[in-house]
Design a protein. Structure first.
Length: 334
């Protein structure tokens, strides 16, 4: 069987596109690079007192549970504009949000790495603070990420915080407009992130709804068209050895790693870089929630029904515009 020639990037690619590719690569490498810098510092005896002091600081640092340590300068760097232009990524709102209220935003789908959530709510690449004046977004992630030296400080500077219940409540009680963005599907949903498909894990995810009711925060669905199209995954249908391995890893460690691939920097056919495919994030209409410290199951399920209906409203309104090449319609599988 004849092998097709690899598609190699031409030498005359415009500088703007080279710049976009470079910043996306730097973003992908942020975790290993920060770890490398930390362990490199550990090899120098001169740095040991500073490292011990830093690790003690990390041990007692409560910032991840209190909204992080946001640095607006970091969020507004031109770097992130170039990053968003690579795909490109757009942010659209369906309604204005009241800055005197707090919000619990549910982000769907998870995708492989939740690129849309990071770009739109951990940076100002698409001017989320201008689009939603008075709303302070906190993108939430696993508490374990805040145990990684240096990397933890980097993501906190972007406004990220822990997804623990205590962290969520601390943020929602911090004042008007203080809000959280939760990628609801989690690691389990990342395994379903295949191009053209939109399979969500949502039926049993009631924690974020309870959280909204207990704190009197409005619920607001967010849907990103194109999130699942940025990488391909190794086939992992239920029952396959890859699927079993990923499920075992999730059960053992609390997270799992999709076996994904995309394009390269100089060769377009293979690599870990995301494809240059458009991603459009739609922030839906908020669902007003009445505060109740002890919501009943009936109340929770009633709010969930309204939430799912609003999610489908977004899908039905935009699917023929931003998901023209879909292989299946939106489906809630769990």
């Amino acid at each position: 069987m004849a092998l097709s020639k690899p598609r190699i990037a031409p030498l005359n690619v415009p500088f703007v596109r080279r710049r976009q590719t470079a910043v996306v690569f730097i973003w992908l490498a942020s975790l290993p690079v920060t770890l490398f810098v930390f362990f490199l510092a550990c090899t120098s005896p001169f740095m040991w007192p500073f490292i011990v002091a830093y690790l003690l600081f990390v041990l007692f640092d409560i910032a991840p549970e209190n909204g992080g340590r946001r640095v607006e300068f970091m969020r507004r760097l031109s770097f992130w504009k170039w990053y968003a232009e690579y795909f490109p990524i757009k942010l659209i709102k369906q309604a204005d949000l009241d800055p005197t209220k707090n919000y619990v935003f549910g982000y769907h789908p998870h995708g492989v790495i939740s690129v849309g959530a990071w770009t739109n709510f951990a940076t100002e690449a698409n001017n989320c603070s201008g689009l939603f004046p008075g709303i302070k977004f906190h993108l939430l992630t696993l508490a374990s990420n805040f145990n990684i030296p240096l990397y933890r400080d980097y993501i906190m500077a972007q406004g990220c915080a822990s997804v623990s219940r205590q962290s969520c409540e601390n943020i929602l009680k911090a004042g008007p407009g203080s809000s959280i963005v939760i990628v609801v599907g989690g690691a389990g949903e990342s395994l379903n992130a295949h191009p053209g498909h939109y399979n969500l894990i949502l039926k049993k995810r009631l924690g974020f709804i309870k959280l909204a009711i207990r704190n009197g925060a409005s619920l607001c669905p967010i849907f990103s068209f194109g999130e699942n199209d940025l990488w391909e995954q190794v086939p992992n249908d239920e029952g396959t050895s890859v699927w079993k391995l990923q499920k075992h890893m999730k059960k053992l460690l609390g997270f799992t790693l999709p076996l994904f691939h995309g394009r390269g920097i100089f060769i377009y056919d293979i690599g870990v870089m995301p494809h240059r495919r458009p991603l459009v994030t739609i922030v839906g209409k908020p669902i007003e929630v009445k505060q109740n410290d002890n919501p009943t199951e009936e109340e929770i399920l009633s709010i969930q029904k309204r939430y799912i209906e609003e999610l489908y409203n977004i899908w039905n309104q935009y699917r023929d515009i931003h998901a023209k090449n879909r292989k299946s319609d939106l489906e809630i599988i769990e």
